[in-house]
Design a protein around this ligand. Structure first.
Ligand SMILES: [Zn+2]
Length: 347
């Protein structure tokens, strides 16, 4: 095999292949780790255009799909895992994914549970149906991935010349994993850190109890704390260009979430509003899948207000309503905000 990247002093060798996706987020990144065993970190969605781009990309770097020994998936979203069964068929590669995202691979039950959560958030049934139809129109984007094996975080993937730590960093999804090369400070971040896009804290069932909703943003902000403590130099995300200044990006993300939380705090009243009502107030002109993103965004930030003692949930007619918790400018609230923005405590 001809060398495709000059070996760096730390030994980490990889190439990026950019593949198209049918989603608004745009193309996705597939990282090819060029050492034995040849490994893909993410593999793009299950579409003919992606397969074509991936095969051409592999050919460009001198790899045949049959040489791929393993596929590590950052998380269980179709733009990242869809091509896994096809590559497995060609190569016999092992497939790994964070344990809590295993149920998302080709299993409709998590989608049904998510639909129930959206109805509880007040999304009208016709909007939910419209969203499902749009996705179905895009093809078989959620193929089954038989035999996928779980990662818990803390594992070390050993390659010829370097090793990568598996970090379980929940937030964008419950089982999201990133790969970290401690020697060089390079992180493969999946959708946990993205340049110019705030990774959406998606409304998602708790994988251990699908009738419960995960508190995605609470988990995500904790994951940012863990990332801040790592000696990151460059970050290679699941979409878009590399992140050259991860510390600033992480600080900006915290500010973004704080601002959005404060904005939502001003929108609450004493009567209570559903996630859907707040989402349509905040983002009035959305359609299709964007409705899901908007409701997710709202509910995730309300979780922070609840954690801070500034909002509370009441359930009315099967729908969760959020209302202001008056007279509770409590110490608890300040502490909770301090955990995701230390700077605020000084102000
Ligand atoms: Zn993605």
């Amino acid at each position: 095999m001809r060398p495709v990247m000059p070996p760096s002093p730390n030994g980490l060798r990889f190439e990026r292949i950019v593949v198209p996706t049918p989603y608004d987020v745009g193309p996705a990144n597939v990282y090819v780790l060029l050492a034995d065993p040849i490994t893909l970190f993410d593999c793009g969605p299950n579409t003919p255009a992606t397969e074509n781009a991936l095969m051409l990309g592999l050919a460009r770097i001198g790899i045949s799909p049959q040489q791929i020994g393993q596929i590590v998936l950052s998380h269980g979203h179709p733009d990242h895992f869809g091509m896994a069964p096809r590559i497995r068929e060609l190569s016999g590669a092992r497939v790994f994914i964070g344990r809590h995202d295993l149920p998302k691979l080709g299993d409709a039950s998590m989608l049904v549970a998510t639909g129930k959560l959206l109805l509880q958030a007040g999304m009208p049934m016709d909007k939910l149906i419209e969203m499902g139809e749009r996705e179905r129109g895009l093809g078989d984007l959620r193929p089954e991935v038989p035999g996928a094996e779980p990662l818990d975080g803390g594992e070390v993937l050993r390659f010829d010349g370097f090793e990568l730590e598996v970090l379980h960093l929940p937030g964008h999804t419950a089982g999201h994993v990133c790969l970290f090369d401690r020697r060089s400070g390079v992180l493969f971040s999946g959708d946990t850190l993205l340049l110019d896009i705030s990774p959406n804290p998606l409304l998602e069932p708790n994988p251990l109890d699908p009738t419960e909703r995960r508190r995605s943003l609470v988990e995500y902000l904790r994951s940012l704390d863990r990332l801040s403590a790592l000696p990151l130099t460059r970050v290679f995300p699941g979409h878009g260009e590399p992140i050259e200044d991860p510390a600033t990006l992480i600080a900006d993300m915290r500010l973004h979430h704080r601002d959005r939380t404060e904005k939502l705090a001003t929108m609450l009243d004493d009567r209570g509003k559903s996630g859907w009502e707040l989402a349509t107030e905040l983002f009035p002109t959305l359609e299709g899948f964007d409705n899901f993103l908007a409701v997710s965004e709202v509910v995730a930030h309300i979780d922070l207000l609840i954690e801070g003692g500034r909002a509370e949930q009441v359930v009315s007619g099967g729908i969760a309503l959020y209302r202001r918790r008056s007279g509770k400018e409590s110490a608890a609230g300040e502490v909770a905000f301090g955990t995701f923005d230390g700077a605020r405590q000084q102000g």
